[in-house]
Design a protein around this ligand. Structure first.
Ligand SMILES: Nc1nc2c(ncn2[C@@H]2O[C@H](COP(=O)(O)OP(=O)(O)O)[C@@H](O)[C@H]2O)c(=O)[nH]1
Ligand SMILES: [Mg+2]
Length: 199
């Protein structure tokens, strides 16, 4: 049965490792720097405006948000990173939570969201390494593709692939604004929700 992406409910917001969800449902993990459009990508694939909050003041609190999709899988929304005005203790808390998460939590698919326009940041490179080390399937969504000229797209994608050492990981040119890439990403979500071991 197809995964009904319209059926989504917020489950919980976890601020510490012991609050992370460890049940057996497949988990699809979304990560990306603040303002890259992570909430917008989630809203786009769920076909809902305003479900994950867009443009909320970024990076204030490092929480892992869980949404249950069609009763069959979780979207796991990791806290955005790279917001300059975050206090040092808050950044340290983010690092500890993320290191714990990537070392201990299994997931069926990572959806790593980067900005199609720009060379990935040092923190994006770190995040790419964390995803790689899990050995779990990952797809990269190069969001805000609508801001990139067709003639420049391939060069942008090449830069992303090289700097993040993506190997043969798929990069989907994506636009939360226009919907480009949505069906391709939905195919990954569908497959992950059908397949995976959770916890
Ligand atoms: N042009 C364009 N703007 C986008 C796209 N996705 C998100 N945005 C804008 O980028 C800003 C940050 O989006 P948001 O979803 O809140 O980012 P988050 O901090 O990563 O969750 C908002 O102003 C969005 O409207 C996109 O694909 N294209
Ligand atoms: Mg957001």
């Amino acid at each position: 049965m197809a995964l009904n992406l319209q059926k989504a409910e917020f489950v919980k917001s976890a601020a510490a490792p012991d609050a992370l969800i460890r049940d057996a449902l497949p988990k699809i993990v979304f990560s990306g720097k603040s303002n890259v459009g992570k909430s917008s990508v989630i809203n786009r694939v769920l076909g809902r405006e305003g479900f994950a909050r867009v443009g909320a003041k970024p990076g204030r609190t490092a929480h892992v948000n869980y949404f249950k999709i069609d009763g069959r899988a979780y979207f796991v929304d990791l806290p955005g990173y790279g917001y300059a005005q975050v206090a040092r203790e808050e950044k340290a808390r983010w690092s500890r939570l993320m290191e714990y998460f990537f070392a201990n939590m299994e997931f069926s698919l990572g959806v790593f969201i980067v900005d199609c326009r720009h060379r990935p940041t040092a923190e994006d490179v770190t995040m790419a390494g964390w995803f790689r080390e899990t050995g779990s399937p990952v797809v990269v969504a190069a969001n805000k593709r609508d801001k990139v000229k067709n003639s420049e797209l391939q060069a942008k994608l090449d830069t992303i692939r090289e700097s993040l050492e993506l190997g043969d990981t798929e990069i989907i040119p994506f636009s939360a604004r226009t919907g480009e890439g949505e069906r391709r990403l939905a195919a990954f979500l569908e497959f992950a929700a059908r397949g995976g071991a959770g916890a």
